[in-house]
Design a protein around this ligand. Sequence first.
Ligand SMILES: [Ca+2]
Ligand SMILES: [Ca+2]
Ligand SMILES: [Ca+2]
Ligand SMILES: [Ca+2]
Length: 227
Amino acid sequence: MNFKKLIPLLGIVSTGFVLSTTSTQAAVVHDNGAPLVYSSVSDVDGSGRAADNFTLTGSATITNITWSGLYYSSNTPTEPDDFTLRFYTDSAGLPDNAGLIGIYTPGNAVNRVDSGVNGAGGLDIFNYSVDITPLMLSAGIYWISIVNDTTADTDDNWLWSLSSAIVTGGGDSAFQTGTSSTWSSGNSEYSFVLNDVSAVPVPAAVWLMGSALAGLLGFSRRKPEIA
Ligand SMILES: [Ca+2]
Ligand SMILES: [Ca+2]
Ligand SMILES: [Ca+2]
Ligand SMILES: [Ca+2]
């Protein structure tokens, strides 16, 4: 094996690998802002359920959702959580119950982590994440509702963290009260991020790797002639 020729080739291979690794990252489809210390109930076991809207300027695929919230008033969240996430089309500025285009029931199968940041009253703000079956949406206005059911936790109800977006622009959101399915307008913004973790751009580095591997094969074939 001709190592003087092989070493530069390995350099190209390893460079290509590093480039393709660093360019593999989730695409943020929509970021509705970081959590404030304030929050609002969105719990089957509470007084209401909340939804917030988002706009897509082009088609997108959502494969992961992250959000924040807390447990009021005892700050003692018990397992299990029981989350349901729904996506709706928009009808005159509210979620369209007839346009329920995605429903995800991860229940307790969400990644829940204490953010280390406290909300109002010293309540622990938790960050949540869940991967979903890919939801493909075209450009438009949509709504997402995130609702927990903490019936199993008798001294807490779940509150969805409000978003810093409200500071700059006011807000538009929606809520259902009691057991009603009718949506009413709200002026909150909620903290959530829609991601496409399957978005892996194919970098030029892959071509480098391919070329380098072809080069290695080439050298391998020529070896008998050199010897
Ligand atoms: Ca509790
Ligand atoms: Ca804390
Ligand atoms: Ca409860
Ligand atoms: Ca909104």
